[in-house]
Design a protein around this ligand. Structure first.
Ligand code: TRP
Length: 454
């Protein structure tokens, strides 16, 4: 990712680096842990249709907007707004992004900790011989504990901080290029095993036959939140990454490739999960435990299941790590630039604060499960506030900024690499960022939050 690399070969490798980094951020627990359980809670097929619609009509324009803002400004999330709109309140979008990154990483690290526990269990082989109905009990008793889940969460945050501290560029890119394709192969194997289980058809029907009568307004807001969460949008992660993208990269192509990869992996996770959910009589609306209960069941039905289980959870932990790094980096970059901290101090400071918040998320499944705010335990409250409120709101202002503040001329110059690329779709993009995306987000908000009922 060097602006001075103009030879075609270097160009190619840097292009791959950009995609690996952005896809590394996008592909994570959101695809494999969250997508199946949110789809399961919201009726399956109809949720998937709405989700895909949001990815295309809102996700793509928001992502292209974030990349454009970052590459234009060559700054971090908050600094970009300050530079492009000096003296204007637009930087508050960056402030909101920082808040979102705190909230997301606090519950993200809790779930990432669970994956580490499952890595550990695969190594020690404690699952062998477990009966179908016991996996739920095993999962629930683990997450409702105190020290064990906290230990794994702490370890995961330490890993994240350690990598961010050391500087991510080379190491992370090198790993993701190898590990992400491996993860895809693993999911394909799981899809095959799952769809060949007796009774698999019911699960596929659940995912692919939309029943729109089951679609609630909550589900529509959930689909919007999930689209933002899964694509890493709405809080400036991709503004920061955009600032590292060379001026000769075709941003629109990158956007389409990253979004397609993210969406395909989420759907494949659904194909791996739902047939097994129905085959083993698990409730599709099970919630955050869905993959942790379903997958060990599938592994038990496979030859070399223990080995595949270990491999899968290691890869899932790595996918979570490449995402958590991008979340922490947003805060760290801000601390370095605005508060003039050293990278090491900034990383430790941010990680410690997020971990403290994260402890409450983890404990909200155990000793603090009685604490409910707006009817949600702390974990769900963090997730809901960040994913369903802050991210779409951030996305609203990001597209509005590009559509109405930067305007057509500057945006066209940025996206067409100062006129070098043909951008025939540009009027469509402008129409989406000026009208469709802001309007759609507002509408989903109003209905989803119950401000208006029909
Ligand atoms: N997209 C990641 C996932 O699906 C999580 C993530 C990383 C994220 N960076 C983000 C979510 C920024 C929202 C905003 O697991």
């Amino acid at each position: 990712m060097n602006n001075s690399d103009f030879t075609p070969r270097d160009n190619f490798s840097s292009k791959f680096g950009i995609i690996a980094a952005a896809a590394g951020s996008a592909v994570g627990l959101g695809n494999i842990w969250k997508f199946p359980y949110v789809a399961g809670q919201n009726g399956g097929g109809a949720f998937l249709v709405v989700y895909l619609l949001f990815v295309v009509a809102i996700g793509l324009p928001v992502m292209l907007s974030e990349f454009s803002i970052g590459r234009r400004a060559q700054r971090n999330a908050l600094g970009s707004f300050k530079k492009l709109a000096p003296g204007k309140p637009w930087y508050l979008v960056g402030v909101m992004g920082l808040a979102a990154s705190f909230l997301i990483l606090s519950f993200y690290s809790a779930v990432a900790g669970w994956t580490l526990e499952y890595v550990f269990r695969s190594v020690t082989g404690v699952f062998s011989g477990t009966k179908e109905q016991d996996f739920e009990y095993i999962f629930v008793s683990f997450i409702s504990g105190t020290w064990r889940p906290l230990f794994w969460q702490l370890l995961f945050m330490a890993l994240t901080a350690w990598i961010v501290m050391a500087g991510i560029k080379k190491g992370i890119e090198k790993y993701t290029k190898v590990l992400m394709p491996l993860l895809v192969i693993m999911i394909i194997i799981l899809c095959i095993r799952s769809t060949t289980l007796p009774g698999a058809a019911e699960g596929l029907a659940f995912l692919f036959q939309p029943d729109f009568s089951a679609l609630s307004t909550d589900a529509v807001l959930g689909a919007l939140g999930q689209a933002f969460f899964s694509l890493s949008l709405g809080m400036g992660t991709l503004i920061t990454y955009g600032s590292y993208i060379g001026k000769n990269n075709n941003l629109s192509t990158t956007v389409v490739q990253v979004s397609a990869a993210d969406t395909i992996i989420a759907i494949m996770a659904g194909v791996a999960i739902f047939p097994a959910v129905f085959a083993f009589g698990i409730d599709p609306a099970e919630g955050p435990g869905l993959v942790f209960i379903t997958l060990p069941n599938i592994f038990q039905q496979m030859a070399f299941g223990g080995f595949f289980e270990l491999l899968f959870f290691v890869l899932l932990a790595v996918a979570a790590l490449t995402s958590s790094i991008s979340l922490l980096e947003v805060v760290v970059a801000y601390f370095i630039e605005e508060l003039h901290m050293k990278r090491i101090t900034a990383t430790i400071f941010a990680a410690v604060m997020i971990t403290i918040l994260g402890v409450f998320c983890t404990l909200s499944f155990g000793v603090m499960s009685g604490v409910e705010i707006f009817g949600m335990i702390i974990f769900d409250l963090m997730d809901f506030t960040a994913s369903n409120l802050l991210l779409p709101l951030g996305g609203f202002f990001i597209v509005a900024f590009v559509g109405w503040y930067l305007g057509s001329e500057l945006s066209r110059r940025e996206i067409s690499n100062e006129g070098q690329l043909k951008v025939r779709y540009f009027p469509v993009f402008m129409f989406l960022v000026k009208f469709v995306a802001p309007f759609a987000i507002t509408l989903v908000f109003i209905y989803g939050l119950g401000l208006l009922r029909i």
